[in-house]
Design a binder for this molecule. Structure first.
Ligand code: 3PG
Length: 401
């Protein structure tokens, strides 16, 4: 497959000052603030190894300002060290402290900058030329020879650290971006059916919009919903009362879209038929009218049975986002049964997103799933056929190089 952007094969990185953007946005325990799964940090390995004779400065984000997982990158740096990399951390992004530390980086060293989303200008999504004017780009780019973007998980974002540098520095994709694009391109180059989407987890506002786009392609035969997005649709359909919307960020703006989608695609969208809630500290499977206002923590047994049957008989399955509160063992059942069915499916299977990918790995399913993608939102966006912002930016950079 011919790539439309440049990669590490096209540049000489030895002895160069390399600015590297990765996605090591990890699952964080909301109480302890500790990383619970380091898969995304491990996924930077191949690119970092190829840059082992460069002066590497690494940028990444963790969480969003309004989320529980919005933390410093200090512990990510510690994990990089445990993985064998010569990494150090500076609690600054582009100020004097960061610039001094950057000037001291030697070949073979990696300097991790602070969470780029601590800088407000990073939160803006706009065309590359526009975000290139942000201070983070203007202050940092003169200090580097090459920009390497390996942040596949954030490839659908058009933010300064992701696309701004591509307008001012020679820019190439890292090995993870390259591998994801190659694998997803071949996995989607099929017109086999039934084509099943399994969609769960949070980030409901993003997911409902992307589901809308994906359903418009006409590609999806079944959209099996769970997690908080499943709850949103259950409320929209009048199956559970509106007070279940409490944990759903962006509920107001999402519910109208969800209602519209249910009206237009009732034959494609499948909702949970029952739930699991917590009662006396244990899992309790029940129908919706028995939930007694307890939060929806997992899909129930009838739903699992139906979803498993559809998944096993599908020609293509893309899954993103857990079916329930999988961090608590009794409520991981929906997600693990769905993953087991995906592993048993004989068709093309892709599991994406930090949480589901990590669980598939924990269950040792890697060899039985076509591809475990590090992208959640990025992978689903890829499926809509629209080019990812990160790729567009790298293509433009390639034309200028
Ligand atoms: C992800 O986890 O999907 C990526 O890191 C992007 O994060 P975001 O949805 O907060 O932009």
């Amino acid at each position: 497959m011919n790539l439309t952007f440049k990669t590490l094969d096209d540049v000489d990185v030895v002895g160069k000052r390399v600015l590297l953007r990765v996605d090591m946005n990890c699952s964080i325990d909301p109480q302890t603030k500790q990383i619970t799964d380091a898969t995304r940090i491990e996924s930077t390995r191949e690119t970092l190894e190829e840059l082992s004779r460069s002066k590497v400065v690494l940028m990444a984000h963790q969480g969003r300002p309004d989320s529980d997982d919005f933390t410093s990158l200090e512990q990510h740096t510690e994990i990089l060290r445990e993985l064998g990399f010569n990494a150090s951390f500076v609690d600054d992004i582009f100020g004097e402290k960061a610039k001094r530390a950057i000037s001291q980086v030697s070949d073979g060293e990696i300097l991790v900058l602070q969470n780029v989303r601590y800088f407000e200008g990073e939160l803006k999504n706009a065309p590359a030329q526009e975000v290139a004017q942000e201070q983070i780009v203007q202050e940092l780019y003169p200090l580097f020879d090459i920009f390497v973007n390996d942040a596949f998980g954030a490839a659908h974002r058009s933010q300064a650290s992701l696309v701004g540098f591509t307008t001012v520095l020679p820019s190439v994709a890292g090995r993870l971006v390259e591998k994801e694009i190659r694998t997803l391109t071949s996995a989607t180059a099929t017109d086999q059916h039934p084509w099943t989407l399994v969609l769960g987890g949070s980030k409901v506002e993003d997911k409902v919009k992307i589901l809308e786009k994906l359903l418009l392609t006409g590609r999806v035969d079944y959209a099996l919903l769970g997690g908080l997005i499943g709850t949103l649709f259950l409320i929209s359909d009048g199956k559970v009362p509106e007070n279940y919307s409490k944990p759903i960020k962006g509920y107001e703006s999402s519910v109208t879209i969800a209602r519209d989608l249910l009206r237009k695609h009732s034959d494609v969208i499948l909702l949970p038929e029952d739930a699991a809630v917590e009662r006396n500290g244990e899992r309790f499977d029940c129908d919706f009218d028995e939930m007694q206002n307890n939060p929806f923590l997992d899909i129930g047994p009838k739903t699992i049975k139906n979803y498993v049957k559809i998944i096993k008989n599908s020609a293509v399955v893309f899954a993103n986002g857990p079916m329930g509160y999988f961090e608590k063992e009794p409520f991981a059942k929906g997600t693990s049964d769905v993953l087991e069915a995906i592993a048993e499916c004989k068709g093309i299977t892709v599991v994406g997103g930090g949480h589901m990918g990590a669980m598939a790995q924990k269950m040792n399913l890697e060899d039985r799933i076509t591809h475990i993608s590090t992208g959640g939102g990025a992978t689903i966006n890829f499926l809509t056929g629209k080019k990812l912002d990160l790729i567009v930016a790298l293509e433009d950079a390639a034309k200028r190089m």
